[in-house]
Design a protein around this ligand. Sequence first.
Ligand SMILES: Cc1cc2nc3c(=O)[nH]c(=O)nc-3n(C[C@H](O)[C@H](O)[C@H](O)COP(=O)(O)OP(=O)(O)OC[C@H]3O[C@@H](n4cnc5c(N)ncnc54)[C@H](O)[C@@H]3O)c2cc1C
Length: 429
Amino acid sequence: MTHIDSYYSRTAEPGIQAQVLRTEIDTPVCIIGGGLAGISTALGLAERGINCVLLEAQQVGWGASGRNGGFVGRGFSQNALKLAKTLGESHARRLYSLTGQAFGLMQQRIEGHEESILQPGSGSVTASWFDDEPGVKHYVAEMNRIFDETLEFWPREKIAENYLTSRYYDGFLKPDTMRMHSLNYTIHTATLAMQKGARIYEGTPAKKIRRKGSRWHIVTPSGLVNADQIVYACSGYIGSLHGKLSRATLPVATYVLLTEPLGERLHDAIRAPYAAGDNRFSSNYYRIVGDKQLLWGGRVSMFQPTQERLKVIMVNDLLSVYPQLKGVKGEVAWGGFMGYARHKMPQIGQLKPSEWYCQGFGGSGMVTTTMGGELIASAIAADDDRYQMFARFGLSYVGKPFGPIIAQLAYWSYQLQDALQVSRLNRKF
Ligand SMILES: Cc1cc2nc3c(=O)[nH]c(=O)nc-3n(C[C@H](O)[C@H](O)[C@H](O)COP(=O)(O)OP(=O)(O)OC[C@H]3O[C@@H](n4cnc5c(N)ncnc54)[C@H](O)[C@@H]3O)c2cc1C
């Protein structure tokens, strides 16, 4: 299957053109899933001298990894200050610093390919939807103190000069985030893995997995992989492949819109060169791409609307923040599934010796998938036990078959919490 219609597929570099598996092969490690989690694991293994096999049901980057918002920064889907509260500052800091290392590794992997992958400039601004200056100041101070971040508080006047909306109050700049062409990055890392010896097969779903003696037999529609070890990296697209991992994954749909070129009108709304977003539970995030176009992301829901219907929904969302852009047209809108765990932290670990999983990266997967891939690769190649730092988050049941309904209920409850916070804190509306 080809990539869905999106800003990324319209502007992508050629894919890796991998074969469908049509024979029986043998490998030390078989990875299932060709998103960034699987590919980072394959590249990590290849860099450590282990030539693995990766099976992708569609095309490399076809899932969330090749169609996301392209915001790349340290941290997890779970709020870092909440982590510090529950785990203690020292444990939370160690986890957070793993995402810092992964961020650095991504920068190294991009070297020489910046033009096709990275959008020039860096930094992202988070604007508060709530009239809560002390809350924003506290967040900035604590993130800088506990996690060595370099967040810069922006008073509401500065936010208002740069983002011309009545919706925002104070905010902060995170100066060192990247913005990426996520599909090109995914294709690039897959190419690196292949150059270092990984064998990747596209159009090759793993259909059945059996344990025979000390080996894994992975059955595909027209082939068979015999492996010593197996890694599951299927995220929100796992379906019913593996009882325990499937039950621990909540697929949550979320959306992105690409507008038409806005020309000088863009200046009526946005004046800062940074990517931006707000701090609601159900936030919007956006950045400028291409020919002064907005890439506008947000929402989560149970079912994905058609791409045409989605354009209307997302343009309306955009106008609720920037009504001065009335009349703007959407060029294309698309959705994708994120894989969430109940605890909003990655699930990285081992079910039993030789059976690994790397999933649950939620809405902050660009960097954390690289981290997960490194931890699993290093565990397999060098008995590195750092992956056990994630053991406490576990594979808790997400409530399937009611998972999507739970996701929708969770979204409505987030919207309600946002609305309650607005009525408690904001005097403007
Ligand atoms: C619209 C959207 C916007 C987002 N924005 C951001 C953002 O700005 N920044 C950020 O950090 N994160 C963002 N995310 C989250 C991020 O994209 C994900 O967390 C990350 O890409 C997950 O990577 P993954 O490899 O785990 O999953 P995926 O990329 O979804 O890959 C899973 C792959 O497994 C394959 N697969 C499934 N079952 C099988 C099987 N049986 N056999 C073979 N292959 C199989 C699928 O085909 C798929 O390609 C966003 C996500 C979405 C959907």
